[in-house]
Design a protein around this ligand. Structure first.
Ligand SMILES: NC(=O)c1ccc[n+]([C@@H]2O[C@H](COP(=O)([O-])OP(=O)(O)OC[C@H]3O[C@@H](n4cnc5c(N)ncnc54)[C@H](OP(=O)(O)O)[C@@H]3O)[C@@H](O)[C@H]2O)c1
Length: 329
């Protein structure tokens, strides 16, 4: 199988290549694609050099699959052209996520909804992916009514320019600013642009994408998303109210047995999930699991995952693996 990786020189694209390599994805040809600036540049995959090609050259080479991570505008323009040529697109941008005709997929939650005619498949927002992986087994058992989430998000979620800003600030060097304000030693309560309702776009992504992926419009979600100077992954403080009461031991067991979830929760030993530990891992780590003592049927937890892996590259590759394993390409 031939695969195009669109945005191959970016943070997510580089991670996709790493994940495809590590998981030994059954590919026979690779077409790295990036902007006009990078055409001809060499990238290495499984020890072999590959030259970056243009979008049109990639379409002309007729891969079966294209993994896109080159921004929303690029996806809006090019994903339909790939799809028209019969190439299945898995898109990491926000361009198609809320389009009612496109599936928004986290394999642990809703891969079974995919069919062969899905030619553009959307990969959700990173902060939403890690949350729904942990919510799904709890929703199936106790029916979630409401979620209150506050995030502590890594600069890697913004892309290369933001990582450069953080390290430039640390080194006392001048450089381009990915954010309006300094990020080192700071916390920015703004991720993406503000909307008319006073929330940011990132916050509303968490609200709307959660309902779509879980297939349940009745789940109420409210979010505050914050950028902090970490690089290993996103952290989330999540308060979940259920329709019925739960046993804390059973809830922990449900999480421990859930696909993609690792429970790291031992207060006596000061064990809890952290971006430093989640970095470069594929799992969603859950800890600080405790009853909310202020109202019934409610639990608090702390969820951490590497946003470039499960939040982006790994999730996209898992969707691709599902398509291959189920003969949907
Ligand atoms: N970072 C995350 O955690 C995360 C998570 C989920 C989704 N995403 C999404 O993934 C996408 C990429 O994010 P990133 O963090 O990897 O950004 P990034 O590091 O800035 O990389 C952007 C990539 O897109 C390519 N590109 C830009 N304009 C292009 C064009 N007109 N045609 C073809 N390629 C083009 C760039 O190529 P050049 O090197 O040639 O400029 C580069 O390969 C964004 O849509 C983002 O929202 C990111």
């Amino acid at each position: 199988m031939k695969i195009a990786v669109v945005g191959a020189t970016g943070l997510v694209g580089t991670k996709m290549l790493q994940v495809l390599e590590e998981r030994n994805f059954p590919l026979t040809g690779l077409l790295p694609v990036a902007s006009e600036r990078s055409i001809g540049k060499e990238i290495t995959f499984k020890g072999k050099p590959y030259k970056v090609v243009s979008m049109q050259d990639a379409i002309d080479a007729r891969p079966q699959l294209a993994l896109f991570s080159a921004g929303g505008d690029t996806s809006k323009e090019w994903a339909p052209r790939f799809a028209e040529a019969g190439i299945t697109v898995i898109d990491n941008s926000s361009a198609w996520r809320m389009d009612p005709s496109k599936k928004l997929v986290v394999p642990e939650v809703n891969a079974q909804t995919l069919v062969a005619s899905d030619k553009i498949i959307a990969n959700p927002n990173c902060s939403t992916i890690q949350m729904v992986v942990a919510l799904k087994p709890l929703h199936d058992r106790y029916k979630i009514k409401r979620v209150v989430v506050s995030t502590y998000q890594s600069v890697t979620g913004t892309g290369k320019a933001a990582v450069d800003q953080l390290y430039n600030e640390r080194a006392g060097k001048e450089g381009p600013m990915a954010y309006k304000y300094p990020i080192d030693l700071n916390a920015l309560p703004q991720i993406d642009v503000f909307l008319d309702n006073g929330y940011t776009k990132e916050e509303m992504k968490m609200v709307n994408e959660t309902k779509k992926i879980m297939g349940d419009e009745s789940i109420r979600v409210t979010a505050t998303t914050v950028r902090i100077p970490t690089v290993g992954g996103h952290s989330e403080s999540v308060n979940i109210e259920f329709g019925e009461d739960f046993d804390l031991g059973e809830l922990r067991d449900l999480l421990s047995g859930a696909p993609g979830v690792v429970v790291q929760d031992d207060p006596a030993q000061q064990i809890y999930p952290m971006p430093l530990w989640a970095h470069d891992k594929d799992d969603v780590f859950v800890g600080r699991i405790r009853r909310d003592e202020t109202q019934p049927n409610t639990v608090n937890m702390w969820i951490v995952s590497d946003n470039l892996r499960k939040g982006a590259a790994t999730n996209a590759v898992q969707i691709a693996e599902y398509l291959v394993q189920n003969g949907l390409l």
